[in-house]
Design a protein around this ligand. Structure first.
Ligand SMILES: Nc1ncnc2c1ncn2[C@@H]1O[C@H](COS(=O)(=O)NC(=O)[C@@H](N)CS)[C@@H](O)[C@H]1O
Length: 477
């Protein structure tokens, strides 16, 4: 599927770069004949596997994974529409089974509250059943009418991790929101993707939530990508779906809930933040192949070199590393191109001179070269990979710091959002937010910002001059 396909456009023209890298690096095939629906190539799927195994590792510490049905009967789904007015404009309906019309139309889950909560109403009986903390990783369907884009805005979200928790009190649910924010912060740190956590304004919160906290990544073009959300649902859904429990005194109480979601946008951010003009750049933990060995074959010692490469591969595999030897009949340069495009963090070259000198030449994906000792190769490779991962995080953090600009006037903010995000003081009222959005044609992303890159100084609202707090203003996907 992958021969040398020429070079990527520069990352400066981010949109073209993004579309090209998805097929050149064999992440996604966008040729599937349904709008907003795309196909994972095996390499892309292997990246997804590595990324979601980290997400599962973090969630499995104190959640349980489960799986609810895709199909939601209209009567349950419409409870959400009547009370919560969320997804009726985005939901797909199944109306037939074969040639016979269904007596009850079935919704394809756009998210699973209306599939899960009728079951939670059966499962939650007593305070002893709480807290209940489940998650699932499923495909969900949303009839998006805005511009669809692979991994970013899909009609079939293929990798929708949704957690749904139930608690005895509003305060317990609030603490769960804080726990979820910690999990998301750790998850994105492991992806070496800096995120900014903030509280969405009321008019942008999740339908049916008391409030929504969001994680935003800054993409290379300065636009933000909402890469995760955590919702405090209060008792809004437990009222609608009658999720109640007997408390310690024997009284019936309505439960309090949270839900929090991440989709394959986390992979869009991973690719976009780290990728360069040669292709994917993957943190070692997310790389399907962590080390590629390229034997430099000289005719007269070809067998000896291949043997030595195989021994090296075995030693590294036995040390738990994901290693591949590229012994295809291609010149080394074509091999370097191929594996750089796929984002392999470390390449080892092994030629006759290296064998004689008992060394292995290495080059990490950012081009840093070194000569490693053959004796100590496993240790030295692990250190090289660790150093590489740290340099990815540092590089990404430097870039984010450059893209965040404090602005004291609407004009300054307007300038900042051309290729970054603006931090302005906002009083928090909707009129000033509307004024900012009207003047700058950008939205207030959120306030109550949690970010090591942004302070929490007070200042005059850039519109009404009343006391304001830092708020994020940006164009977003
Ligand atoms: N059309 C889409 N394509 C890709 N990702 C999406 C799409 N819509 C939403 N997402 C991602 O999914 C996350 C969770 O979606 S959400 O609507 O905010 N929240 C929920 O659905 C809640 N039930 C929490 S699971 C969002 O933060 C966003 O990162």
């Amino acid at each position: 599927m992958s021969e040398e396909k020429g070079t990527l456009p520069s990352k400066e023209t981010f949109s073209e770069w993004y579309n090209e890298i998805l097929w050149r690096a064999e992440v996604m095939d966008v040729r599937y004949p349904v709008k907003g629906v795309y196909v994972w190539y095996p390499h892309g799927f292997a990246v997804r596997k590595a990324v979601y195994s980290v997400l599962r590792e973090l969630l499995d510490r104190d959640h349980e994974e489960t799986l609810f049905p895709l199909l939601i009967p209209e009567n349950e789904f419409m409870k959400e529409a009547e009370h919560i007015k969320g997804f009726e404009e985005e939901v797909y309906w199944v109306t037939h089974g074969g040639t016979s019309e269904l007596d009850v139309p079935l919704a394809l889950r756009p998210t699973s509250e209306t599939a899960i909560y009728p079951m939670y109403a059966l499962w939650v009986r007593s305070h002893a059943d709480l807290p209940l903390k489940l998650y699932q990783i499923v495909n969900t369907f949303r009839y998006e009418t805005k511009h669809t884009r692979p991994l970013i805005r899909l009609r079939e979200i293929t990798s929708f991790k949704e957690a749904h928790t139930v608690h005895a009190t509003w305060e317990d649910a609030k603490n769960q929101v804080e726990d979820a924010i910690k999990i998301y912060t750790e998850f994105y740190r492991r992806l070496c993707v800096p995120v900014i956590i903030s509280k969405r304004p009321d008019w942008d919160k999740f339908p049916g939530a008391d409030y929504t906290m969001a994680a935003d990544a800054i993409m290379p073009d300065g636009r933000t990508l909402q890469v995760g959300t955590v919702h405090h649902l209060g008792d809004n859904f437990s009222k609608t779906f009658d999720i109640s429990f007997e408390d310690e005194n024997g009284d019936q109480k309505l439960a309090f809930q949270t839900c929090y979601g991440i989709s394959e946008r986390c992979i869009a951010a991973l690719i976009s933040v780290h990728g360069d003009d040669k292709g994917l750049v993957l943190p070692p933990e997310m790389a399907p192949v962590q080390v590629v060995i390229v034997p430099i074959i000289m005719k007269k010692r070809a067998d000896e070199i291949l043997e030595s490469a195989k021994a090296l591969e075995k030693e590294l595999k036995d040390a738990g590393l994901r290693v591949k030897i590229d012994d295809r009949p291609l010149r080394p340069g074509a091999k370097y191109y191929h594996w750089e495009m796929k984002g392999v963090p470390l390449r080892l070259e092994l030629g006759p001179r290296d064998i004689d000198n008992n060394v292995v030449m290495s080059a990490n994906r950012l081009g840093d070269k070194a000569s490693l000792s053959r004796e100590n190769i496993t240790e030295e490779v692990k250190i090289s990979l660790e150093t590489f991962g740290e340099s990815l995080l540092n590089r990404a953090e430097e870039t984010v710091k450059e893209k965040i600009r404090h602005a004291d006037t609407p004009d300054e903010a307007g300038k900042a959002v051309e290729d970054g995000v603006a931090v302005v003081h906002w009083c928090g009222c909707e009129e000033c937010a509307n004024e900012i959005e009207k003047r700058l044609n950008v939205s207030i992303l959120g306030n109550e910002i949690r970010s090591e890159y942004i302070g929490d100084s007070e200042g005059e609202c850039i519109i009404c001059k009343k006391a304001g707090k830092p708020a994020l203003v940006a164009r977003s996907y």
